[in-house]
Design a protein around this ligand. Structure first.
Ligand code: SAM
Length: 283
């Protein structure tokens, strides 16, 4: 089936770019995997494009930093559809795998996408990287592995990002801590039944991680919406967290976050993942 019949390509979308990204075959067709990927990225791009129209940005246009960029499908599509024509705005891809960084650099050069940069660094180290601007309007992280989403959030807070668009991957840190404290929790609260079996520990850890992330963002002055990225048949990691800065930190969210950490015996995570809680919110 051709791409046009199967999934509507966006107006202005470069089919050559999609071929180079291996989303389209040489014949311009989509296979099942790439169809799923394109659907996800298009859906995400819809939100991002809207945000870019609304966000205040300096003369050079918005700085967008994509964490765990991988092959940079998302970055290339944002650039192609939202930034290319306007001549303003820069996409930065953060990726720990050198070969993917080099591949993306080469592709950007081939397409003349001058305002795309790829950094061989981790999401945790990116905030100290001098080649990134002081202020970043938009942070994205699509299935950035494990705690890279937490690092992307910390990055967004450091860079005073106006918005963050996050689709978390699996996260093992909270599950590991739940596992460690399991015996104690079981004796303390019947709620610990929710993570007694190993499969439930993983699922509960994942769910709890995203709940804590949302509360943290609210506590730091963001409004948060949580929706599905695409139908579950398309991806198991399907939670889309959209956060927009309002400048009004929510004290109640900070309190809830702390209460949840205490309930689950996860207090040691506070200084590691939620350091901004130490600064008391205004309301
Ligand atoms: C599952 S892939 C997703 C790639 C891309 N965002 C997408 O959706 O196609 C996750 C990527 O994050 C990279 N990665 C893992 N940990 C990272 C970290 N701490 N900082 C930056 N990149 C990381 C991996 O090398 C991998 O390319």
């Amino acid at each position: 089936m051709s791409a046009a019949q199967d999934l509507q390509l966006r107006p202005g979308q470069s089919t050559e770019l999609l071929k180079e990204l291996h989303i389209l075959t040489r014949e311009g067709k989509l296979n099942q995997d790439s169809r799923r990927k394109l659907k996800q990225v298009y859906h995400l791009h819809q939100f991002i494009d809207q945000l870019l129209k609304e966000l205040p940005a300096g003369e050079d246009g918005p700085a967008i930093v994509d964490h765990g960029a991988g092959k940079s499908y998302l970055g290339f599509i944002i650039y192609d559809l939202s930034l290319k024509e306007s001549g303003r705005g820069t996409v930065y891809g953060i990726e720990t795998r050198q070969e993917l960084v080099e591949r993306s650099r080469a592709l950007a050069q081939r397409f003349g996408f001058e305002r795309m940069q790829f950094l061989h660094t981790s999401a945790a180290e990116a905030a100290d990287d001098q080649s990134l601007p002081e202020r970043v309007e938009l942070v994205t992280a699509l299935h950035a592995c494990d705690t890279a989403t937490d690092d992307a959030i910390a990055f967004g807070l450091r860079k005073h990002s106006a918005a963050m668009v996050l689709v978390p991957c699996c996260q093992a840190e909270v599950a590991a801590r739940l596992r460690q404290g399991k015996a104690l929790s079981l004796s303390r609260t019947p709620l610990a039944e929710l993570w007694r079996h190993p499969l439930h520990t993983r699922e509960m850890g994942s769910q709890l991680t995203n709940v804590l992330r949302c509360l943290y963002l609210e506590a730091c002055g963001y409004t948060v919406t949580v929706t599905e990225l695409v139908g579950w048949e398309h991806s198991m990691k399907n939670e889309l967290i959209l956060a927009r800065y309002t400048g009004k930190p929510k004290r109640s969210s900070a309190e809830r976050l702390r209460a949840l950490l205490a309930e689950f015996g996860l207090e040691s995570l506070e200084p590691v993942r939620f350091p901004a809680l130490a600064q008391e919110p205004a309301e």
